[in-house]
Design a protein around this ligand. Structure first.
Ligand SMILES: *Cc1c(COP(=O)(O)O)cnc(C)c1O
Length: 232
């Protein structure tokens, strides 16, 4: 017996995968070059279990504590899960993040780089790191400012010895996302980074057309987050 929730999540997942394939083909890219990250933050466990049953193995969470409440059990029960931290990380949570996540996408300041380097040494685990760039230069938003991005990326590699694999951005809510995605791709190109984490439920197809290697899709797979609406 398949439940209504299992059916809904697996239909959504297939539709998103299909749209990614179509966007990749439109832009002459291989669909295999794009990783779909299912953003499970704030979702009921039933929906995450449905996605796991449908074969999704890559997940994104935006809070360390919330992820710690859910994923250790699921990691015991399912093989091959790849867990990404996509939300802001406090320095005092760096060790917890290194212990749980396979990728940390929100690296954006020297103190955090230093804390991650220390945590990696202490734990003997080296999650892939992504530098978040505040492409819209929004004061309230996380991410390194574009003018400081190149120097910060160099410091992360050379000074802190972190495994930097790519860049991440969240465009301003009211802006056309395409110029932000193109801008992020440009910074990655000139700094020799191949990973591009960009695109959410509303704009992942545009992101794929502009070179995203990882798209972070929540509500289009799992449905609206309870109590927060689609953007919450
Ligand atoms: C919540 C969130 C997403 C997913 O948002 P949806 O609109 O539900 O797809 C992607 N990236 C980050 C950083 C998020 O916090």
């Amino acid at each position: 017996m398949i439940t209504a929730v299992e059916r809904e999540v697996s239909v959504n997942l297939e539709a998103v995968r299909q749209s990614i394939r179509a966007a990749a083909e439109r832009s002459g890219r291989s669909p295999e070059a794009i990783t779909l990250i299912g953003v499970s933050k704030q979702q009921p466990e039933e929906r995450i279990l449905a996605a796991l049953s449908a074969g999704l193995r890559v997940y994104g969470e935006n809070r360390v504590q919330e992820a710690e409440g859910r994923w250790p059990r699921l990691l015991q029960a399912y093989d091959g899960i790849d867990l990404h931290l996509i939300g802001p990380l406090q320095t005092n949570k760096a060790k917890d993040a290194v212990a749980l996540f396979d990728s940390i996408q929100s690296l954006d300041r020297p103190r955090l780089a230093a804390a991650l380097a220390r945590a990696m040494d202490a734990l003997g685990r080296r999650p892939a790191c992504w530098v978040q760039v505040n492409t819209g230069e929004e004061p309230q938003k996380a991410g390194v400012m574009p003018a400081e991005a190149d120097a910060f990326i160099a410091a992360c590699r050379d000074e802190y010895g972190l495994p930097i694999v790519g860049l991440m951005c969240i465009p301003p809510i009211d802006d056309e996302p395409a110029p932000h995605f193109a801008f992020l791709a440009e910074i990655a190109e000139r700094t020799g980074l191949t990973g591009l984490s960009m695109g959410m439920s509303a704009d992942y197809e545009v992101a794929v057309e502009l070179g995203a290697t990882h798209v972070r899709v929540g509500s289009a797979i799992f449905g609206a987050r309870p109590g927060h609406g689609p953007a919450g």
